[in-house]
Design a protein around this ligand. Structure first.
Ligand code: SAM
Ligand code: SF4
Length: 329
């Protein structure tokens, strides 16, 4: 079978982002706010064996980069042995984990030993009260986790900050300094209309362009046009005086955002989702539980790639049907 590397829009698709749980130990306003959570039943969630089988098929047909996410992936039981098996699948070139960082002080070393190469750690603020306001969590646990991750020796660690006007604007420079001190890449993510909460309003939206303009008043941003620091469509800059690399994930304002898209998502309940900002999903769980062969699973991947939209629909009055934590960010 030919490798389905190109989608109908000539984008090379080789990145599978796998959500292993829809649950989390934090309650970020923009993702899983308190009171708005509907968990999937346990039997709806793919077992590790099922995920590994899907990943094996994906690797066989040309997927090379894998990232495990959630919900919070590091709260799922036995995540380390699972990652260790995933890392050993033939064909996988890169394995990363996205995490809120709260369990890293316990798990960082084991994750590294298991074969995880890169970490994306969410950090929306350094001021404890602001961090708590956004996530309901404790920033000290995350900072401890970041230190543990630095010690463990991962190939690359990125910090991710969701921009929220009126909430973490004043955290931007402290986060830049923190990233600089620890040699970390810091990425700012535009708020996406994925949840249904009050935080996703025009008033709370802070675009990448505005942040770039503000930063330029204090330092020179040198565009790193040719640098690809990871597998996603972020735009990177080097801050000249602060000597920090920062990136912007301008999902909402960058009209070329989808041109560089190279991924497909596997939701925790076994749906292949070719685009975060489009409701289209292709079920792989039920066919698999009803005896689908590996070739049939390959065919489901092929269909998903054929249906991958040219662009997300977040700018078109998108109405979320499935919240971010249930997709896998
Ligand atoms: N729990 C892990 C974490 O927080 O990093 C992994 C899953 S989380 C859904 C993945 C990423 O999605 C995080 O960086 C988070 O900030 C981002 N995210 C969640 N909801 C978002 C939203 N509505 N808009 C923009 N980014 C969002
Ligand atoms: Fe949990 Fe990550 Fe969603 Fe925050 S963004 S609620 S940490 S899954």
């Amino acid at each position: 079978m030919t490798l389905p590397r190109l989608d109908p829009h000539q984008r090379s698709i080789d990145y599978l982002r796998i959500s292993i749980t829809d649950r989390c130990n934090e309650r970020c306003l923009y993702c899983m706010p308190e009171g708005l959570v509907e968990w999937k039943e346990r039997h709806e969630i793919l077992t590790y064996e099922e995920i590994l089988r899907i990943a094996r098929v994906a690797a066989r047909i040309g997927f090379r980069k894998f990232r495990v996410t959630g919900g919070e992936p590091l709260i799922r039981k036995d995540v380390v042995p699972f990652l260790s098996e995933l890392a050993r699948l033939p064909g996988i070139q890169s394995l990363g984990v996205s995490t809120n960082g709260t369990r890293l002080s316990v798990l960082a070393k084991d994750l590294h030993k298991a074969g995880v190469q890169t970490l994306n750690i969410s950090l929306d603020a350094l001021t404890p009260s602001v961090y708590h306001q956004i996530t309901k969590g404790d920033v000290h646990a995350v900072v401890d986790g970041i230190h543990a991750a630095l010690k463990a020796g991962f190939e690359r660690i990125k910090l991710n900050t969701v921009l929220i006007r009126g909430l973490n604007e004043d955290e931007i420079w402290p986060l830049i300094h923190f990233a600089g001190e620890h040699g970390l890449i810091l990425r700012f993510i535009e708020l996406m209309p994925i949840s249904t909460t009050d935080v996703l309003t025009d008033a709370n939206f802070l675009g990448a362009g505005e942040v770039i303009r503000r930063l330029s008043q204090r330092d020179r941003l040198i565009p790193l046009e040719t640098v690809r620091l990871g597998h996603g469509p972020a735009r990177y800059y080097r801050l000249e005086q602060n000597a920090v690399t920062i990136g912007f994930i301008g999902v909402m304002t960058n009209l070329h955002f989808c041109e560089a898209c190279n991924k497909v998502r596997l939701t925790a309940d076994g749906k292949l989702r070719p685009c975060l900002g489009n409701h289209l999903e292709v079920d792989v769980r039920e066919p698999m539980r009803h005896g689908a062969t590996d070739e049939e699973i390959e065919h489901i991947f092929e269909q998903t790639l054929l249906d991958k939209p040219l662009e997300h629909t977040f700018r078109d009055q998108y109405q979320p049907a499935r919240r971010m934590h249930a997709i896998g960010g």
